[in-house]
Write a protein that binds this ligand. Structure first.
Ligand code: CAA
Length: 287
């Protein structure tokens, strides 16, 4: 019987990584947030501090609980410094070469029974696992959703080599983090992005063709389909570059033209209008 996950290393301190580390610490795990960028680590630390303050203010945590959760979080530039990790979750940029380089290093660094998880939103787990060599059976997809502390789902994706034990430990970990794990097979975009991205892409086509304004397309989907936010605002929220890259993975892997990114989406990405993170995408935002 393998030990439950108590210490988690989260590699990448962007939106997803900082949300995963926060959620883990809130749920009683020791979480080590790792990023090579000191600026990114500072940003993550600022986000965590702000969230704990909000949770206390909203009386969802006592000040003592928030203090204890904050003390379970630590920050560093090098995952190799954390020798007792039970699980590492990679939340680096959505680039297969970057991920494979990391998994090669994970396989050399972490203890023999450390879970090696990736938060990839579309890249093949089987492919990433090839970089882990003999440790491929411990590689698994743990796909969280933004904002991580709020969204209940973790899509759990097993690669060809993933062992039953790795799956079982990952399901336990997701539940320990207050999430509902749902399994999906290792096909491009898994289930979530296979379904969501074509919907978002179609909203761009509807906008480009003038079927309705961007505001009205979103309002129709919010009021008519009970979406919490319209598909175009959601695309801005996810990041238009991220949507574009996921569409390209779907297009390349599944070979169907329906997955090719809409010209309007491509143009916005080319012009650097990437959504909330650049204050401008389909819509404009103030910080
Ligand atoms: N971190 C922590 N908590 C956050 C948060 C964040 N970044 N953003 C919002 N929240 C919390 C708020 O504190 C608030 O908490 P309380 O209810 O306790 O007060 C709650 O979420 C609701 O927030 P708001 O009242 O500010 O705003 P809202 O009601 O409009 O909800 C939203 C905001 C949760 C983002 C909601 O609009 C929503 O669910 N949108 C859809 C999000 C979605 O679809 N995400 C998936 C994207 S796809 C993906 O991530 C995967 C991929 O591979 C691309």
């Amino acid at each position: 019987m393998s030990r439950p996950v108590k210490t988690i290393v989260v590699v990448g301190a962007g939106t997803m990584g900082s949300g995963i580390a926060l959620t883990a610490a809130q749920c009683g795990l020791r979480a080590v947030q790792v990023d090579v960028s000191a600026a990114q680590l500072d940003k993550a630390r600022g986000y965590h501090t702000k969230q704990f303050a909000r949770l206390v203010e909203k009386q969802k945590m006592t000040a003592d609980e928030a203090h204890a959760a904050a003390s379970r979080l630590s920050y560093g530039a090098d995952f190799a410094a954390v020798t007792d990790a039970d699980c590492v979750v990679e939340a680096a940029s959505e680039n297969p070469d970057v991920k494979k380089k990391l998994f090669r290093a994970f396989a050399e660094t972490f203890a023999a029974d450390t879970l090696l998880a990736t938060n990839t939103s579309s890249i093949s787990i089987t492919d990433i696992a090839t970089a882990a060599g003999a440790r491929a059976s411990q590689v698994i997809g743990m796909h969280f959703f933004n904002p991580v502390p709020v969204m209940k789902l973790v899509e759990v994706i097993r690669g060809l080599a993933t062992s039953d034990e790795t799956v079982a430990r990952t399901l336990d970990l997701a539940r320990a983090m207050g999430k509902t794990p749902v399994p999906a097979n290792d096909r491009a975009g898994f289930v979530s992005n296979r379904v969501l991205m074509p919907l978002i892409n179609e909203a761009f086509y509807a906008c480009m063709e003038g079927v309705a304004t961007a505001e009205d397309i979103d309002q129709i989907m919010v009021l008519g389909c009970n979406f919490p936010m319209g598909p175009l605002r959601l695309a801005d929220f996810i990041g238009l570059d991220v949507c574009h890259d996921i569409m390209m993975v779907l297009y390349r892997e599944l070979g169907d033209a329906k997955f090719f990114p809409c010209p309007m989406l491509r143009q916005l990405v080319t012009s650097g209008r990437l959504g909330n993170k650049t204050n401008r995408g389909v819509f404009e935002y103030s910080r």
